[in-house]
Ligand binder design. Structure first.
Ligand code: COA
Length: 142
């Protein structure tokens, strides 16, 4: 039995306005694969969150200059589905730096054949804590 699934054309609400562009630095780009699907055959939200978490950590580490761990994920919104074969790109931007914590906004944009234009599908705020070799928080130099 074929696992392939017809991909619907973008609805008006899924299509990003040409005036909206990704906010932040490109930190992760990959292709959504069949192994990443949920029971409906669309891409599993948990997979997207893990890509965002990794992408946000890439930026957080440039500020901490050390390992970081994720302490909180807030304001997650899934505004449009992601399909197998979509090119998935994460953009990250710094919101705030605390004593040991770093808050990063992460957006996910996809490009889908045949349209190829980008659309934003997911966003969230990830808080990381800089940790030392013992796994304890350490101050982030500003
Ligand atoms: C993250 C961790 C090291 C923090 O340890 P802790 O002893 O609670 O440290 P603190 O209470 O000093 O908090 C450290 C920072 O995290 C922030 N923080 C703690 N809980 C938070 C929460 N729920 N939301 C947002 N920020 C939080 C604190 O405000 C503090 O920030 P600041 O130093 O900039 O003011 C510890 O909770 C931990 O190891 N958690 C597990 C992390 C993990 O496994 N993540 C998943 C895989 S990466």
């Amino acid at each position: 039995m074929s696992r392939s699934k017809a991909v619907p054309a973008a609805t008006a609400s899924e299509s990003a306005s040409p005036l909206i562009t990704p906010d932040g630095e490109l930190v992760m780009r990959t292709i959504a694969m069949p192994a990443d699907t949920n029971a409906n055959g669309d891409i599993f939200g948990g997979w997207l969150v893990s890509q965002m978490d990794l992408g946000g950590a890439v930026l957080a580490r440039t500020f901490s200059r050390s390992r970081v761990v994720t302490v909180a994920i807030d304001a997650m919104t899934f505004s449009a589905p992601v399909y197998v074969g979509d090119t998935v790109t994460c953009y990250a931007s710094l919101l705030t730096i605390g004593r040991t914590s770093i808050r990063i906004k992460v957006e996910v944009w996809v490009q889908r054949d045949p349209e190829r234009h980008r659309r934003r599908v997911t966003a969230g705020i990830f808080t990381y804590v800089a940790i030392n070799a013992k796994g304890k928080p350490h101050p982030v130099k500003r």
